[in-house]
Design a protein around this ligand. Sequence first.
Ligand SMILES: [Zn+2]
Ligand SMILES: [Zn+2]
Length: 269
Amino acid sequence: MLTLQDTLVFAVFLTLFLGVNYLVFAYGGHWFFYRFLGPKIPHRRILEAEASPSQVAKEKSRSLMTQVIFFLTALTLYILFKLGWTQVYVTWDERGPLYFILSFFIVHQIHDAYFYWSHRLMHEWRPLKRFHFVHHESAPPTPFSALSFHPVEAFIQGFFWILISFLIPVSALWLFAFYSFMFYINMWGHSSYEFWHRDLLTHPILKALNTPTHHNVHHKYHKYNYSIYYNFWDRLCGTNHPEYENHYRAVKARTETAKTSRLMKLLKL
Ligand SMILES: [Zn+2]
Ligand SMILES: [Zn+2]
């Protein structure tokens, strides 16, 4: 049953959830890469350029607006759930533990496709292009770029959570966990530092994964490289940037010569 009191409690929880995620992934990621570790590993930097303070300030204010849109989207989803219109369930094992585990990967795969096609649409369909190019003002990207969107794009990104709640039965726990997972991956993708395996591009399994270099190249050239977690859709549709592999090999070659950690050498990272 939908009550005002429950809705207010949820709104407070949601505000805390979004705030803590932003603090951990955006501020935490920025501190980690630009203050703590970054100065010690310049050879792992993907692009030469530095983000200006005004770029970072813009990213922060746009991220705040994105979180307001995400808040409103999640609140709408909560109301739809309370009205019994979604397939969201609360008890984690309601559909069995196997489905619970499996459903996270299903959500992950559907989001991979949703992100690729919505991102590509925002590049190739003129009416949406100008909204997405707000995100492309972040060049080079920083962890604060991860949620730096025009409100229209923020709505497109947030709409996924409503869509998935209607598409498949999904635990409420996974909806929250998947948001944190998405933010974490997104932060790495915008970090401007490369830590992936040296031979990733030719590795039979790892080549399926995307890298921060992949998304940095997208921010630099404004074309190609539309995928997020996996390289599957870009490979299938022939939209990997022709310069992507050269950029990746160049940053890894720099890393190889400057690497001092024996563990990193051993793991070929
Ligand atoms: Zn883009
Ligand atoms: Zn980006």
